[in-house]
Write a protein that binds this ligand. Structure first.
Ligand code: URA
Length: 434
């Protein structure tokens, strides 16, 4: 087979055979074709899409492009959770320690930032010393002893996805339903969990902008999971505005700690608990959603979730003192404020523009090999619906130099729209598909 012929076939909107998809994935895994040809294929898929059969073939080929993990030696129902990617979407850092503190074995395989969306691994690496590179054997040991691990994709777990993920991040080929579905599900199928809770983001700051697309993505992933006898639940959640107030890496970890301390309420906490409740009921720890939510609230009040997060940090080589001393995080250098020049109500905060602004501060990558500035980012001071006065601070921006600060500030300023009347609110959780 010739790789260029496959690119042309997809460019011409033709369906690739199972053998051709396998050839593509093998070429990626063996690194036998250059990045520019793989990128051309990704772009052709992004533009012309894949059929259901092609998506299923791509998922299976990526799942088996490396090793799969066998979690059968860990007692209980093992659950993984994955978000399709959002802005200020720090739910994992809240729900993983909370559900683990309630006895659920949590083996969470996370990713890095993708496009303008943040990545759990990058956020965790802002904690001094934190190590996300855990072997499958050590991950299993850690879960057996402490109920929790948050790790990166090992070199040998779905390596084809790992390679494609990094290329998609920097080639404008992220927002494709079959590419997102196969990327997420290949990892989830390879990591051996019995059940998967999916957070399908929908809106301006998500890769699926409409409810129709979000539903299509959810259904695609549910079908892929069921074909391998995994339990799958998908929540479609709003991503028109950033979920939390902080966007970046260390700033998002700090916000997650504040939620675990019981100091922060609002959409980030609400979505984290909704996802956590699904995990607890799917895992048989709670009989129903109402009880699960009460259990999660209780482990915020008694700080058991917070202590579990401190345990996780220590277990993975990080300094757990960050929980009480935020000055141990990398420094936030240059600082600027965005001031309201109007009186009124916040009508919208464009999550996409805020994600791009955060990337501009240095909190995200523009090329595969870019280094992240862990201290950079944005802190919003107001949410949609809040009343604001003229001259009030709407947000603060942190970056390593004044040029980055200025560019990010102008994007944040544009992202926040103020009007005279309170805005009409959209639901935070659109649908739960079981
Ligand atoms: N998360 C993933 O793992 N892959 C995607 O394509 C999007 C979000």
């Amino acid at each position: 087979m010739n790789f260029v012929d496959l690119i042309i076939k997809k460019r011409n909107k033709l369906e690739l055979t199972t053998d051709e998809i396998n050839y593509f994935v093998k070429a990626v895994t063996n690194k036998s074709v250059p990045d520019y040809q793989i990128s051309a294929m990704l772009m052709a898929i992004c533009i012309n899409s894949l059929t259901e059969r092609e998506t299923s073939d791509l998922t299976m080929a990526m799942t088996y492009s490396g090793k799969t993990i066998d979690l059968r030696s860990i007692p209980g129902f093992k659950i993984d959770k994955h978000s399709t990617g959002g802005v200020a979407d720090t739910t994992t850092l809240i729900l993983a320690p909370l559900t683990a503190s309630l006895g659920l074995p949590v083996i969470k395989m996370s990713g890095r930032g993708l496009g303008y969306t943040g990545g759990t691994l990058d956020k965790l690496e802002s904690i001094p010393g934190f190590n996300v590179n855990i072997s499958s054997e050590n991950a299993i040991k850690q879960v057996k002893e402490h109920s929790i691990v948050i790790m990166g994709q090992t070199e040998d777990l779905a390596p084809a996805d790992k390679y494609l993920y990094a290329l998609r991040d920097v080639t404008g080929t992220v927002d494709s339903i079959p590419l997102i579905a196969s990327s997420i599900m290949s990892k989830k199928l390879a990591d051996g969990a019995d059940g998967i809770v999916l957070d399908i983001k929908c809106g301006r700051g998500a890769f699926t902008k409409t409810l129709k697309d979000a539903r299509a993505l959810a259904n695609e992933m549910i079908k892929l999971g069921r074909s391998l006898n995994k339990k799958v639940t998908a929540l479609i959640t709003n991503m028109d505005e950033p979920l939390g107030m902080n966007i970046g890496n260390s700033v998002e970890v700090i916000e997650a700690i504040e939620v675990l301390k019981g100091n922060v309420k609002g959409p980030l906490k609400e979505v984290s608990l909704a996802l956590g409740a699904e995990m607890l009921t799917m895992g048989g720890i709670a009989p129903d959603t109402h009880t699960a939510l009460q259990m999660l609230e209780e482990n915020i009040s008694n700080h058991k979730g917070l202590y579990k997060f401190a345990d996780l940090i220590a277990l993975q080589g990080g300094n757990p003192a960050v929980i009480d001393n935020y000055s141990l995080f990398p420094p936030r250098m240059c600082k600027a404020a965005i001031i309201s020049d109007e009186v009124g109500y916040v009508q919208e905060i464009d999550a996409l523009m805020i994600g791009k602004a955060s990337s501009t501060t240095g909190a995200g990558r523009k090329t595969k090999d870019d280094e992240i500035d862990y201290g950079a980012g944005i802190m919003l001071k107001r949410k949609v619906g809040d009343k604001v006065a003229k001259g009030e601070i709407l947000a603060r921006v942190f970056a390593s130099d004044s040029k980055k600060c200025e560019t990010a500030c102008s994007l944040v300023h544009k992202a926040i729209k103020i009007g005279s009347k309170p805005p009409r609110r959209k639901p935070l959780i659109y649908e739960i598909i079981k």
